[in-house]
Design a protein around this ligand. Sequence first.
Ligand code: GTP
Ligand code: MG
Length: 450
Amino acid sequence: MTARSIDHRPPVETALVLHPVRSSGRGSASSQTPREPGLRLDEAVGLAQALDLEIRGAELIPLRAPSPATLFGKGKVAEIGERSRANAIDVVVVDDALTPIQQRNLERAWQVKVIDRTGLILEIFGRRARTREGRLQVELARLDYERSRLVKTWTHLERQRGGLGAMSGPGETQIETDRRLLTGRVAKLKRELSDVRRTRRLQRDARRRAPHPTIVLVGYTNAGKSTLFNRLTASKVEARDMLFATLDPTVRALRLPDGRPAMLSDTVGFISDLPHELVEAFRATLEAVREADVIVHVRDIAGADTDAQAQDVRKVLAELDAGAEAGQILIEAWNKIDLLAVEDQAVLVARARRTRAGEPDAFPVSAAGGAGMSELLQGLAERIDSGEPVEAMLSANDGEAMAWLYRHGRILTRDDEDDGAVRLSVRLDGQALGRFERLFPDALVKAAAE
Ligand SMILES: Nc1nc2c(ncn2[C@@H]2O[C@H](COP(=O)(O)OP(=O)(O)OP(=O)(O)O)[C@@H](O)[C@H]2O)c(=O)[nH]1
Ligand SMILES: [Mg+2]
């Protein structure tokens, strides 16, 4: 933690982070990708730190038979309770999915706030959202989560009624009312969101008419997307060693090596077990991903977890109906190579050159140090070259048309005739070609023999 001279924020809350390790071999209740539990624990600590919690302890807890009432066994519950008291813990983070009942029972047993993985991620998103759309989306996801938990609580109570007699906690009427209130708020939020989105769609349509190709950076949280974004566009988007530093997408212009402009987007990071409420809520924001001409999957290639993280990212892309599977051009930027030993860097570079059929092309880079940037940009330019080459004959006073072609196309060859006329061979995508013909009907354009 960095020292702050004046700090007006409320006192820091202390936390204990627990990652249950299920003996069935699966890391958590819903994860598909096997991971080293220690790395999962590190990630959970990172998430808790992203909420500015002061971590007083982090531990793997073996789970042989998960208890429906408290997840952990009786002895463990008592032991953790002891430790929470001894360390003056305010929040216990359980890096797993807790049922509402488990959450409530644990809170009672430990007399602290208990938060599970989904709750933690929702909380982080809630704090980070800056734009109106981002805030509405997170709020919607949170209400959805709360509503589903109320429903679960309620059905649970239904089942229990008669058997156990007096249950503490909210009664059925209260829950019904809460649920109706939530449903009303969800409906209202959805209306507000659709208004905001309509405006954004109009803005985007206006942008889309510009024939600039679009490139979008996606990847696991903390992979270095914003750092790469800043390097490529000379911007200063916040890039920090913090999970979910970026939430709202940012778009900037970028110049490809051949001088053509493109639009680059930085996006929210993905994470394993990303709450489905959030994927749903962010679906519209992430439309940029589905509409991109090229997707760059930024990977922390130096991280021990890199393959599992890549799997998680591909899974979220599939949920968004985006990525290579969906027919989009996708390349990988293998970031943070500076963190590898020189021999390992060489191995990686060799591996990137020999990607097998069906594997995405890979570009080893260091967004922080700058290595590999020109290769990456060149790779992008090549992939964006979907346009057909055409020949344009411009007379000496067609300066405007020529400037337009330089701006929107890729000039392949240029021949200056004696009379001042210029013959350009230029690559233009279909949309740009149509625009050029409308704007400059007198310029002579024909398909070029390549
Ligand atoms: N050593 C090294 N560190 C890097 C490199 N690229 C990024 N980082 C660091 O990795 C951390 C995360 O970088 P960000 O650019 O914020 O990552 P992000 O993918 O945008 O993360 P989120 O927005 O949280 O999803 C920061 O501390 C960066 O300085 C790199 O090439 N080498
Ligand atoms: Mg970022």
